[in-house]
Design a protein around this ligand. Structure first.
Ligand code: ATP
Ligand code: LTN
Length: 336
């Protein structure tokens, strides 16, 4: 523990809104695993965030546990790192309320995710959806986080987090550390296999557009083979080649090869060979995750134990920052 406290702090979270896609995996989860060796990492299943779209309670419970199992299946060590379920750590909702009062209506209105989601669900534009980035700011600021590994779509939420923290620090003196985003170079934006100008999304109605991390090998190969490309039949990274660029990005993330190396490897070969290689690389990349997940999901008792431990560890850190913020705002502090 002592040693861990000296390491820089990393925090990230993912909503339990469905099985993660290859986009979530390459854009976020894979970096989570890599960072776990060098940083003091806290990773959460953001179940509080996900009720902004009102899931069925039974679905939410099942998906939360599935997402939690997936995080451990990534190879994250629940003893060494802190893997927790957000709603089990009450400090998140508590700090979020305080930060709500230090966030301007105008700046929250400018968030593109809020605008997108309000358009998608015009029948349920709730206050939670509006305050979503503030809860995310609380998630991050509670742990004096240094780095936040996220996909490119979440950059704006990190900027508002920094603005809220700066405002609070400006008013009351240094309380929160200003976090930096960590966005990988490749994989930050994996595109849909069917419409490669749109990001790959687990809520896409066309299931051929995304690969779920638990898809079986056949399904993976089929989806890659039917990915939209172009009529040039030449593998290189370039303008107007969105489909090929996307597959090259995926292949590069899974194999560690650079774009130059990939172009050389497929010089003189057609898209058939290229797609087979990409499919195989994705299958190999996801295999250990799927095997470990299959084993873990049947061991509820172990998962519950890990979740309890994670929540205790998270709460230990979070309560220190919350106390500090409450004191600065002017709430009475009486030792229990
Ligand atoms: P939904 O499709 O349900 O809106 P989502 O697939 O965008 O959700 P989130 O749970 O919002 O997934 O995101 C989890 C993490 O995955 C975030 O860090 C996000 O930036 C990252 N991410 C999501 N989609 C992609 C993508 N296509 N490429 C790279 N990273 C992504
Ligand atoms: N908003 C993020 C999920 C999320 C998150 C966070 C990410 C919730 N809290 C804290 C990083 C840090 C999303 O929709 N992908």
């Amino acid at each position: 523990m002592e040693n861990q406290e000296k390491k820089k702090i990393v925090l990230s979270a993912i909503q339990p809104t469905g099985t993660p896609t290859l986009g979530n995996y390459l854009g976020a989860l894979k970096n989570w695993k890599t960072m776990a060796n060098d940083y003091n990492c806290l990773y959460a299943v953001a179940d509080l965030h996900s009720i902004t779209v009102r899931p069925e309670p039974a679905d939410l419970r099942r998906r939360t546990l599935e997402m939690y199992a997936l995080l451990i299946a990534l190879g994250l060590d629940p003893e060494k790192n802190t893997i927790f379920i957000q709603s089990m750590v009450p400090e998140h909702a508590q700090l979020a309320w305080i930060l709500d009062c230090y966030t301007q209506f105008g700046e929250a209105s400018r968030m593109t995710q809020f605008k997108d989601k309000s358009e998608k669900h015009p029948d349920n534009v709730n206050v939670g959806l509006f305050a979503y980035p503030v809860l995310m700011a609380a998630d991050i600021l509670l742990y004096q986080t240094d780095f936040v590994p996220i996909g490119a779509d979440q950059k704006q939420h990190l900027e508002i987090t920094r603005n809220i923290a700066e405002r609070f620090n400006g008013l009351y003196g240094n309380t929160f550390k200003l976090p930096e985003p960590f966005i990988g170079k490749v994989g930050a934006r994996v595109m849909s296999l069917q419409e490669p100008t749109k990001k790959m999304s687990k809520s896409d109605t066309n299931v051929k557009g995304f690969i779920s991390v638990l898809d079986d090998d056949n399904a993976i190969m089929k989806k890659i083979k039917s990915a939209v490309t172009d009529s040039e039949a030449k593998v290189y990274y370039g303008e107007g080649k969105d489909g090929v660029n996307n597959l090259m990005g995926i292949y590069s993330c899974c194999t560690g090869k650079t774009f130059d190396e990939i172009e050389k490897e497929f010089d003189g070969k057609g898209y058939g060979d290229f797609k087979t290689a990409v499919g195989e690389a994705v299958i190999e990349e996801l295999r250990p995750l799927k095997e470990e997940y299959a084993r873990l999901i049947n061991d509820k008792a172990y998962l519950y134990d890990c979740a309890k431990l994670g929540a205790e560890k998270a709460s230990y850190f979070a309560s220190r920052t919350l106390k500090k913020a409450m004191k600065k705002v002017g709430f009475i502090q009486i030792d229990k």
